[in-house]
Design a protein around this ligand. Sequence first.
Ligand code: 2HG
Ligand code: ZN
Length: 463
Amino acid sequence: MLDARLAELTRCLPDLRLLTAPGDLEHYGRDWTRRWTPAPLAIALPASIAEAQAIVRWANEHRVAIVPSGGRTGLSGGAVAANGELVLSLERMNRVLDFNAIDRTLSVQAGISLQAVHDAARGHGLLYPVDFAARGSCSIGGNIATNAGGIRVIRYGNTREWIAGLKVVAGNGELLELNRALIKNSSGYDFRQLMIGSEGTLGIVVEATLKLTDPPPPSQVMLLALPDMDALMHVFALFRARLALQAFEFFTDHALKHVLAHGAQRAIDGDYPYYVVTEFDATDERVQEVALAAFEHALEQGWVSDGVIAQSEAQATALWRLRDGITESLAPRRPYKNDVSVRISAVPSFLHEMRALLMREYPHIEVVWFGHIGDGNLHINVLRPDGLAEEDFITQCEHVTKLLAATLQRHGGSISAEHGIGLVKRAYLESTRSAAEIALMHGVRKVFDPNGILNPGKLFVSD
Ligand code: 2HG
Ligand code: ZN
């Protein structure tokens, strides 16, 4: 027996693809957090903007909450549907709509994967530069909803920098065309930017016009082994001063252990506590000399202990795998994740306090650190030991996150650098945003989504 509300939905939209089988509810109701039990009402897969608008209008009429859904690779629970919501999946709206060679833009439907965007841009001899390991599964709509960052932020910035225009279905079902891909548009509030990072609480992104750029110059990839934490930012300053960096990522020996166990190839013999993968422009042969001179200098200073520079594309890929493969290698353990940031200048002092805190609070628990240290963004993955009940583990992690949030606050940082607040971090929003800001955020939400049907429960503790 179909729920009466759903019966009404299929009456309004007879062609709408609607899924209610238990397997579908489970599949579309969760994200990569795997922490909440999926319990959506149904899954709607609109094929057009008009269908998406009609669904939102229906949801307003029947006061059904909607969870906008892309690739569900999120790590903060932003796309979880555990409370009888309707999941509105953009999966079928996954096409490239237009390429404009003069504007150097690509217009796409929101459900397209990041990988397909990369491929389409490459097909036109250009680059969409935001990139990260989930590229094959995540969707551009989800990237926009969280202002996704990734491994090239140091060179290209976050998703926010690459959105020329958006089409968004607001909480009342109205279609908003935001910025229309203008480069210059000084005509009042920029709602496009407001939508980016709003985690589906203000509107549903249905189409985006993405800026493209020149393909990157040839590059080289280097793996460095470091003797201690203090060396990290010295090496970063040195390499940044001498080379044109495209990426500067770090991970610890714990992270390395897991990726190696997951099939990656060891590239440096010996055991070191910290590693860096860096990629830099290599427009001519001199660059390799400059890189090697920087490496020698770091060696003399005692900031690096060993290093390897990739001699082929295959080697570069193998070195990247050591960093790119971390999340996947840890996934079976369902880690508790923190995703924090501070200004680059605050990294050294923050790292010291953070390490002391984690060592004190997690004495018998494995904690894996890695991340985009060149952007001041650190990922902390806490692994539940066998024998510790999930509930007790989460309680402990939440207690530590509270302390971490206070540490971040002292350092002027953020509790969410790039994964979003979602369900996981909503209790700590006030460590990063003032009470006045949060009150305004609630006010803004009311304007765009008066009945609070879009992704309720996410971002804020109470709607
Ligand atoms: C990355 O940088 C992703 O690889 C995932 O942001 C981080 O798994 C994580 O904690
Ligand atoms: Zn990351």
